[in-house]
Design a protein around this ligand. Structure first.
Ligand code: PRX
Length: 651
């Protein structure tokens, strides 16, 4: 396995935290010192300090059966009560928990007391529908407050939520419902996106019809006011059931290892993996990182992560981290450019956002539009910026700091994954000298190394594979229903070290630079897509004989999906119009998986480059897709094939 992405230029700029920022910083050097002196003791202290336990734990980590870890195992807590009730009990009931902004401009401010009330009602509704501790609930929603209420209501009663991003197709939703055997689906009639209502309930109806029959009820929030079909005895409106339910609900205590959620993510094979997270350890690291990486002062900050709850960032840094810390959070339903290209900046101005967390792909697209748009809004409330999801190139980092951040505020680049549950590598803004383009240092209590293919740590700056060498509190506890795949995917390669699937290098100062995935996972606009899953979708189309997909570098989206397809002989007559065929195949992938997987290009080719043993050489296809001189072709079975393919592309 080799790291194919170029090392990230010679970036030499450094930005020291301003004395004013450093003086008020939450995190100081003592955190790293404490973690270095006694790592487990450090995490136990964090768990006690940041969370409220119904029953205190006496054991911190059990790693006697690797790779299956338990953290704080004999302790008990209720995750939702940690995010809600205890703040109300502590006199914070009137603090705004969520400033919600709908895409069309409607808005709602929801206090901690109101959110607690709503979650209790929803918990009662779920229980009245027969949902119990350990049952699975699929959530397929637009980014409305009820999506968050639904997640917390599940957590409150010990049900396991599986949020499926609202952009996924009915097939994708159906396979996730089946894999988890979800009993209930919570959805909305529709939500707002790019100025229009996009329907969700019809997709749920289609999906449920394709499942094996685990779904007993569908609970529907009214948002889009679009027409929806209705299945009597199965479907219920949220406003009929939750709104009228009792707001009395006592949160039971669950064991720290009680499952909290499953979140599906793309792996190297076709089938998405249900990443399983549990309660105590997850919430500890979510709260710890949210507080220290974002320098959260909950009494005065207004925090905004632009992520959707369909992704891990939405779970950890829209819902669980901020609410556990009693923060005030902005949640925005729509796209950054609806109804105008300055929409995000308008929201920052409107709510006086102080901490802003977004993805490099968005930052790069704003850079393209120019600074005039953000500069026409008052962004002076901002005091910290964060980045997540993919490597941020130094130019985008510097633009972000200068144009959005006004030139002097910290930008933290945070590396982590669905599997890690919470941030693993990031600067601490009050103490680290920032380096554009580098995620910099493991957070206190997390042990990271860079190793070669045989697992030996690399001690030069050339780079290798990123591993986590010790278990961490918010680590995934497994893949839902597939312990073997969990072992195989993350642990088999290096035995006792977690293999993240990313390439990385250290510079002379020891700072870590992420170099992109080293496996068949692509990263498009910060979203993970599997090469194999898109290939399987393409070959499921009647036209296709064979397909190969690569992630090609793209200025805005980081990577873009580019597909090469061989048509079946029998179909060539139908598919004679190349442009129409490639459009049809692009649409087919979007229909099957979801719009985020739609290839940027589908090239119809006569052959694919293969080695003598029949393995497709995607490296060569990537060269073509990126417009580069094609690399070494000597291992191909037929060395002339690349010229044939290339000739086809320019036609
Ligand atoms: O390749 C890394 C990239 O995103 C992958 C994880 O994707 P996902 O599970 O969808 O989670 C995304 C949000 C946490 C990683 O394996 N990645 C994430 N953050 C960064 C990153 N690559 C470089 N720099 C980052 N800050």
């Amino acid at each position: 396995m080799t790291v194919e992405i170029d090392h990230n230029l010679e970036e030499i700029r450094r930005f020291r935290p301003s004395p004013e920022f450093a003086a008020q910083s939450i995190a100081g050097p003592e955190l790293a010192e404490a973690a270095a002196a006694d790592r487990l003791g450090f995490w136990a202290d964090q768990a006690r300090e940041l969370l409220t336990w119904s029953k205190p734990f006496t054991k911190t980590l059990d790693w006697s059966n690797p790779p299956f870890a338990t953290w704080f195992e004999d302790g008990e807590l209720n995750v939702a009560a940690n995010c809600l009730d205890r703040h109300v009990e502590n006199g914070l009931g009137d603090r705004v928990a969520i400033h919600w902004e709908g895409e069309p401009g409607d808005s709602r401010a929801i206090t901690y007391a109101q959110l607690t009330d709503e979650v209790k009602r929803a918990a009662n509704t779920l229980e009245s529908l027969g949902v119990a501790d350990g049952d699975r609930v699929a959530i397929y929603m637009p980014l409305v407050p009820e999506a968050i209420v639904a997640m917390l209501a599940c957590a409150r009663i010990g049900a396991i939520h599986s949020v499926v991003f609202g952009g996924f197709s009915s097939d994708s939703l159906a396979s996730r419902i089946d894999d988890a055997q979800a009993k209930l689906v919570i959805t909305a009639d529709g939500g707002y996106r790019k100025g229009k209502v996009f329907p969700l309930k019809p997709t749920v109806d289609e999906a449920v019809a394709k499942t094996a029959g685990s779904v007993e009820h569908v609970l529907v929030v009214r948002r889009g006011e679009n027409e929806v079909g209705w299945v009597a005895d199965r479907d219920l409106w949220w406003h009929d059931s939750v709104a009228t339910a009792s707001n009395e609900h006592v949160a039971p205590a669950f064991g720290a290892e009680h499952p909290l959620f499953i979140l599906y993510t793309s792996g190297t094979t076709g089938k998405p993996k249900g990443i399983l997270h549990t309660s105590g350890g997850y919430l500890t690291q979510a709260a710890f990182t949210h507080k220290n990486v974002f320098d959260l002062h909950p009494e005065r900050d207004v925090y905004w992560s632009t992520a959707d709850v369909g992704w891990i960032t939405g779970h950890t840094y829209v819902v669980y981290g901020p609410l556990a810390n009693a923060a005030t959070t902005v949640v925005y339903e729509g796209t950054p450019d609806s109804p105008h290209p300055g929409r995000w900046w308008e929201i920052i101005e409107k709510y006086g956002v102080t901490i802003f967390y977004a993805a490099p792909t968005a930052i790069r697209s704003f850079m393209k539009q120019g600074r005039a748009i953000p500069q026409s809004f008052n962004l002076r409330s901002l005091r910290l910026l964060g980045s997540v999801g993919e490597p941020i190139n130094p130019e985008a980092w510097v633009w972000y700091r200068h144009v959005i951040g006004g030139g002097s505020i910290p930008v933290v680049d945070t590396w982590w994954q669905t599997e890690t549950g919470a941030i693993m590598i990031s600067a601490l803004p009050g103490i680290t000298d920032l380096k554009p383009g580098s995620a910099q240092t493991p957070i206190p209590g997390v042990s990271i190394d860079i190793v070669d293919d045989s697992g030996t740590p690399v001690d030069d700056t050339n780079g290798g594979l990123l591993v986590v060498t010790e278990p961490w509190p918010s680590m995934l506890r497994g893949i839902w229903g597939d312990p073997e795949r969990f072992k195989e995917t993350y642990w088999e390669k290096f035995g006792d070290k977690y293999f993240a699937g990313d390439g990385a290098r250290r510079d002379e100062d020891g700072d870590i630079w992420l170099l992109g995935r080293v496996d068949d996972v692509m990263n498009v606009s910060g979203h993970r897509l599997s090469t194999t899953e898109i290939e399987s979708s393409l070959v499921a189309h009647p036209y296709t004989a064979e397909a190969a997909v690569v992630g090609a570098a793209d200025e805005t989206t980081g990577q873009a999906v580019v597909a090469f397809v061989i048509l079946k002989e029998s179909q060539k007559a139908h598919a004679a119009d190349v442009a129409a065929t490639s459009e049809e195949l692009r649409a087919h992938v979007a229909r099957q998986i979801g719009a985020i997987a739609r290839p940027r290009q589908v090239f119809i080719v006569p052959e694919l480059p293969k080695t003598r043993s029949g393995k497709i050489m995607r490296r060569l296809l990537r060269d073509l897709a990126e417009g580069r001189q094609v690399g070494d072709t000597t291992t191909l079975a037929d060395t002339s094939i690349m010229e044939v393919i290339e000739a086809q592309l320019v036609k």
